[in-house]
Design a protein around this ligand. Structure first.
Ligand code: TRP
Ligand code: ZN
Length: 883
C-alpha cells in the first residue's frame, strides 16, 4: 500500500483562484537534458476571490527551481518554500506585482508525455489537463486565463522550426548557432491550451478564406518525408472550417492555424489554441498506408480539434469537473459534421456501437461516474467514454427536443453570453434553455446521475376502438455512491409500422388531426402511457428511433416483429437495431446450447435477410455492411452479463457465422465480385462503403467450410492496391491456421517494416488473433525491434488491444492473460501512468466473469493495488475497480 493515500478533489469545494494573472511571458531555452524556462507573470489578487490575504501557491512538478523574483528583487530561501507539487511564496505585495521564476526541466527524461517532452527528436508539449506545471510554476487551472507571450530559443540545425500559440511576432539569430522566435497569442487562455513545438519539421501549406473574407494560413507540420501524406488532413480541415461557419456561424479567429503530427502522443490529438498537436496516425494518410477507417478517423478528429476553438478555447471550462462542457459538446459537433459529410445512418450506428461497447460497461461497472463527476483523484482518468460519448448524447437529446433551429438559437446565446469565459455546465444549460425555449430542469439530472436507465415498453392494440396504447416505464440501477435515482427526462422517438410495412401518421389522444410519422414522446415519470387514435390495423412499434436517448430499451418484441422491422422499418437505425436484436437472441440461445448440449435453432431469418440484401437491385453498401455483421463477442458478453464464458461465446458466434456463410454463399460470392471498386482509390463514403461490404463478405466466406475463403483472402492480400483491402485480407488470414497466414504476415512485415504506422497495424492484427498461442506470440512481439514500451501507439496496438479487444485470450482460463497485462500495467506505471491506467480498464468487468476467472482477475487487481509507490492514475483505477 501507499504510505499516504491520495486525496480526492471535489466539485463542491470549488473556489475561484486567489490570484489573477494579467499577462504571462515565457522565455524558453530548449535543451534535451536541461531546458531553461524563465517565466514572468504579471499578477494581482483576484477580485473574484474571497481570500484577501495569504500566500501565493503555484503548481509545479518535476521542476528544478533556480530563481524567484518579485518586482525584480531576488527572494531568499526564507521567503518561499518548495515541495514536489508546489511553490509557495509566503508574502506578496498588496497590489499588482511581477513574479519571475527560473526553472529547468528535462524533456529527454519525460516518458509520461505530459509537459515538455521529446518525440523522435521533436520537442512538443501536452498540457491538458495538468501538464503545464511540468514546464513552469503556474496557476495550473482552467479558470486562470491570460494572454501568453512565448519566446523560444533553440539550435538552428536541430530545431529550425520553433512554434507556439498565436502569431509569430519576432525572430532572429542568437549566439552559438541558435535562433529564437517570439509568439503572441492575443486570446486569453488557460495554461492547458499552451503549446510549444520545435524540431526539424517539414510542412504543407494552404489557405482558407473565412465567411467574413479574412484569409487564414493553414499549415500542417510533419517529419520530413511525410509531406505526401498530408493532403487528406488538409482538405478535411477546410471542410471542417466551412461547416462550422455554416452550421454554427463560427469563424476562425487568428491569422494562422497550425497542426503538428508527432508519433509519441498519449491520446488522439489536442486542441491547443492555433497550434493543434496530433498523434500522427490521425494526420498521415496515403491510399497504400491508411485504411478507410483511418481516413474517416482523420476527418473526424481534425474536425473535433478544430471545433474546440469555440467549444473549449473561446469558451473554456471553469474547472475539470466541467470537462463534458467542452468534450461532450465537441463530440456532438464532430458527429454532426461526419453525418453531413458521410452517411448519417451509418455514422449513428457506429456511434451507438461505440457507446454500447465502451460507455455502457463503464456505467454499469465499478468505475461508473456521472457525465459531470463530483470527485476525482486523477483527472486524467476522467477522459472517459462517459464524459465524451454520453456527454455527446446529452447534447444530442437537447438537439432532439429543441429541433435544429431552436438548438442553434440556444447555441448562439451560449456563445454570446460566455465568449472569453471559463464556464460551467449550468451556464450551458441555462443558455440552451433560454435560447431554445426549453425547460431543462429535470433534464439536468442526466449530468448528475450515473448509470444507464432502462426503459421498458409495451403496447396494446385495440382493434374495436382502433387505438394503440403504449406504456413506458424507467428504472436505473444503483451505481457506486448513488443508491437511488430520480426519474430522467427521456425523449423517445416513436413510429408505428403498419402491416404493409409503411409508417402510420400518428394521432395522439386529444389531437384532432394526424401528426408526423415519427413523434418524440417525453418520458419524465417512472411510468407513463400514450394512446394513439385512428390506428387502422395492428402496428409493430418502432421505438427509440435514431437512438434518441442513451438507454437500454426492452420492448419484448416477438421474433417475427424483429424480422419485420429489420426488413421494413423506415428508420435505418432501427432496422439495424432489429437485426442486431434478432441475431443476439439467436446467439445467446446458442451459447446456452454450447454449455448444455441442447441444440439451438438455425436462425434462418437472418441468413435470409443477408441473402435478400446482397441480391437486391439497389443497395446502400455501407449500410448493408453494418446490418449483416453479427454482434461482437464483447457485445454478447455484455448482454449475457453474468458468469460469462468467453469460449462458449466464441464457439457459438463462429458456428453461426459458418452457418450463415453456408446458406448464403452464392450471394456472398456475387456481392464480393460486384462490390469490387475499379479505378483510382478514393477514401470517400461511397467507395469506402463498397470496400466495407466486400470485406464483410470476405469475412463470411472465410467462415464457410472449405478453403475457398483462404484462397480469396490470400489473393486479395497479394493484389490489393490499398491498405483497406490489404488489412482486411490480413485480418481474415490472421484468424486461420494455414500457411497463407504466415506468408502474408511476413510479406506485410517485409514491405512495411520501415513504416511505424503500418507496423502498428501488423502488431494489432496479431494481438487480436483468435488462434491458440496468441499470448505467447504477443509476448514474443514485445521483443520486436519496432516495438517499444515508450511509444503509446505501439503499446496500444500490441498490448492494450490484446487486453481490450481479444476477449478470448485475455480471459484465458489459466489466468496467463491477466498476469501478463497486470505486469505490463505495473511496468507502464513507472513510464507512462496515463497509458497504464487505461490498460487497466480491461479489468473492469471482472465481477461479470465466471467464478474461477473472477478470482484470478481479483488476484491481479490486488497485486497492483498493493504495489508500493503507484501513480495516482493506476492507484485510482485499481482501488475503485476492486471496491
Ligand atoms: N482535449 C483532447 C481532445 O479531446 C484530449 C486530450 C489530448 C487529452 N491529450 C490529452 C486529455 C492528454 C488528457 C491528457 O480533443
Ligand atoms: Zn476533445
Amino acid at each position: 500500500m501507499r504510505t499516504e493515500d491520495p486525496r480526492p478533489i471535489r466539485l463542491k469545494d470549488y473556489t475561484p483562484p486567489a490570484f489573477a494573472i494579467d499577462e504571462a511571458m515565457l522565455d524558453i531555452e530548449l535543451d534535451p537534458a536541461r531546458t531553461r524556462v524563465h517565466s514572468t507573470l504579471k499578477m494581482r489578487r483576484n477580485p473574484a476571490s474571497k481570500e484577501t490575504a495569504g500566500p501565493l501557491v503555484l503548481d509545479g512538478e518535476k521542476l528544478k527551481l533556480l530563481e524567484v523574483r518579485i518586482d525584480g528583487e531576488l527572494l531568499g530561501p526564507n521567503r518561499y518554500s518548495v515541495d514536489g507539487e508546489h511553490l509557495t511564496i509566503h508574502e506578496v505585495p498588496e497590489g499588482k506585482f511581477t513574479l519571475e521564476t527560473v526553472t529547468t526541466c528535462a524533456p529527454e527524461e519525460n516518458t509520461a508525455l505530459t509537459g515538455l517532452y521529446l518525440s523522435d527528436g521533436i520537442y512538443c508539449t501536452q498540457c491538458e489537463a495538468e501538464g503545464f506545471r511540468r514546464i513552469a510554476y503556474y496557476l495550473d487551472r482552467p479558470d486562470a486565463m491570460t494572454v501568453f507571450r512565448t519566446r523560444i530559443t533553440g539550435d538552428r540545425k536541430k530545431t529550425p522550426v520553433l512554434l507556439s500559440n498565436g502569431n509569430p511576432v519576432k525572430s532572429g539569430k542568437t549566439k552559438d548557432g541558435r535562433h529564437f522566435v517570439e509568439w503572441h497569442d492575443p486570446f486569453p487562455k488557460p495554461a492547458y491550451l499552451f503549446a510549444l513545438v520545435a524540431g526539424d519539421l517539414a510542412h504543407v501549406e494552404d489557405k482558407f478564406v473565412t465567411m467574413s473574407g479574412r484569409e487564414v494560413t493553414l499549415r500542417i507540420f510533419v517529419e520530413k518525408g511525410n509531406e505526401d501524406r498530408c493532403a487528406y488532413a488538409m482538405e478535411a480541415l477546410k471542410r471542417a472550417m466551412k461547416w462550422d461557419e455554416e452550421r454554427f456561424g463560427r469563424e476562425y479567429d487568428l491569422d494562422i492555424f497550425m497542426i503538428v503530427a508527432v508519433s509519441a502522443f498519449n491520446m488522439g490529438a489536442m486542441e491547443n489554441k492555433g497550434l493543434n498537436v496530433f498523434n500522427d496516425k490521425y494526420i498521415l494518410a496515403r491510399p497504400d498506408t491508411a485504411t478507410d477507417a483511418d481516413y474517416a478517423a482523420i476527418e473526424a478528429i481534425i474536425a473535433h480539434e478544430y471545433f474546440h476553438n469555440w467549444t473549449g478555447n473561446r469558451i473554456t471550462c471553469r474547472d475539470w469537473f466541467q470537462l463534458c462542457l467542452k468534450e461532450g459538446l465537441t463530440v456532438f459537433r464532430d458527429q454532426e459534421f461526419t453525418s453531413d459529410m458521410r452517411s448519417r445512418p451509418v455514422k449513428r450506428i457506429s456511434d451507438v456501437r461505440l457507446l454500447r461497447a465502451h460507455q455502457f460497461p463503464e456505467d454499469g461497472g465499478p468505475l461508473a461516474h456521472p457525465v459531470r463527476p463530483e470527485s476525482y483523484i486523477e483527472i486524467n482518468n476522467f477522459y472517459t467514454a462517459t464524459v465524451y460519448e454520453k456527454g455527446a448524447e446529452l447534447c444530442r437529446m437537447i438537439h432532439t427536443m429543441a429541433g435544429p433551429k431552436r438548438f442553434r438559437k440556444g447555441m448562439d446565446l451560449y456563445f454570446e453570453r460566455h465568449d472569453g469565459e471559463a464556464a460551467t455546465v449550468e451556464n450551458f444549460l441555462d443558455a440552451l434553455a433560454d435560447g431554445a425555449k426549453l425547460d431543462l430542469t429535470q433534464f439536468k439530472r442526466w449530468y448528475r446521475q450515473s448509470g444507464t436507465p432502462e426503459v421498458l415498453a409495451s403496447g396494446r392494440y385495440d382493434a374495436a376502438r382502433k387505438t394503440y396504447t403504449l406504456k413506458m416505464s424507467q428504472v436505473c440501477q444503483a451505481t457506486p455512491g448513488q443508491p437511488h435515482k430520480e426519474p430522467y427526462h427521456i425523449p423517445v422517438a416513436v413510429g408505428l409500422v403498419g402491416p404493409d410495412g409503411k409508417d402510420m401518421a400518428l394521432t395522439l389522444d386529444g389531437e384532432d388531426k394526424p401528426g408526423a410519422k415519427t413523434r418524440v414522446l417525453n418520458l419524465t415519470e417512472r411510468e407513463a402511457t400514450w394512446r394513439f387514435r385512428n390506428v387502422e390495423a395492428k402496428p409493430v412499434p418502432s421505438l427509440l428511433r435514431g437512438f434518441t436517448a442513451p438507454v437500454k430499451l426492452s420492448a419484448n418484441l416477438k421474433e417475427r416483429d424483429l424480422v419485420f422491422l429489420m426488413r421494413h422499418d423506415s428508420d435505418s437505425f432501427n432496422r439495424w437495431e432489429a437485426a442486431q436484436r434478432y441475431a443476439t437472441g439467436l446467439l445467446v440461445a446458442m451459447v446456452e446450447a454450447e454449455k448444455t448440449g441442447v441444440p439451438a435453432r438455425k436462425g434462418g431469418a437472418f441468413a435470409e435477410m443477408v441473402n435478400d440484401l446482397l441480391t437486391a437491385k439497389k443497395i446502400d453498401p455501407d449500410f448493408v455492411a453494418q446490418i449483416i455483421l453479427l454482434p461482437s463477442e464483447q457485445t454478447l458478453a455484455q448482454i449475457i452479463g453474468q458468469e460469462v464464458d468467453v469460449d462458449a461465446i466464441h464457439a457459438a458466434r463462429e458456428r453461426l457465422r459458418a452457418s450463415i456463410a453456408t446458406q448464403t454463399k452464392d450471394a456472398l460470392l456475387a456481392a464480393y465480385t460486384r462490390m469490387e471498386v475499379t479505378g483510382p482509390y478514393r477514401p470517400d463514403a461511397d467507395h469506402a462503403g463498397r470496400r466495407a461490404l466486400r470485406n464483410v463478405c470476405l469475412g463470411y466466406l472465410s467462415a464457410a467450410p472449405g478453403d475457398e475463403g483462404i484462397a480469396l483472402a490470400a489473393g486479395q492480400f497479394r493484389t490489393a492496391d490499398n491498405m483497406t483491402d490489404s488489412i482486411a485480407a490480413l485480418s481474415v488470414l490472421s484468424n486461420i491456421d494455414c500457411p497463407e497466414r504466415r506468408e502474408a504476415l511476413d510479406a506485410f512485415h517485409e514491405r512495411w517494416k520501415g513504416d511505424h504506422l503500418a507496423m502498428d497495424k501488423w502488431f494489432s492484427i496479431q494481438a487480436m488473433s483468435s488462434l491458440p498461442g496468441t499470448l505467447d506470440e504477443v509476448k514474443r512481439l514485445t521483443g520486436h525491434p519496432a516495438f517499444t514500451m515508450k511509444n503509446p501507439n505501439k503499446v496500444r496496438a500490441l498490448i492494450t488491444n490484446f487486453a481490450a479487444a481479444n476477449q478470448l485470450h485475455f480471459h484465458a482460463k489459466d489466468g496467463a492473460g491477466y498476469r501478463f497485462i497486470a505486469d505490463k500495467v505495473l511496468e507502464l506505471d513507472k513510464l507512462n501512468p496515463q497509458v497504464g491506467a487505461r490498460m487497466l480498464g480491461a479489468f473492469k468487468s471482472w465481477r461479470q466473469t465466471e467464478p474461477k476467472r473472477r478470482k484470478l482477475m481479483q488476484k491481479e487487481l490486488k497485486r497492483i493495488a498493493g504495489t508500493e509507490g503507484l501513480s495516482r492514475d493506476v492507484y485510482e483505477i485499481a482501488t475503485k475497480t476492486l471496491a
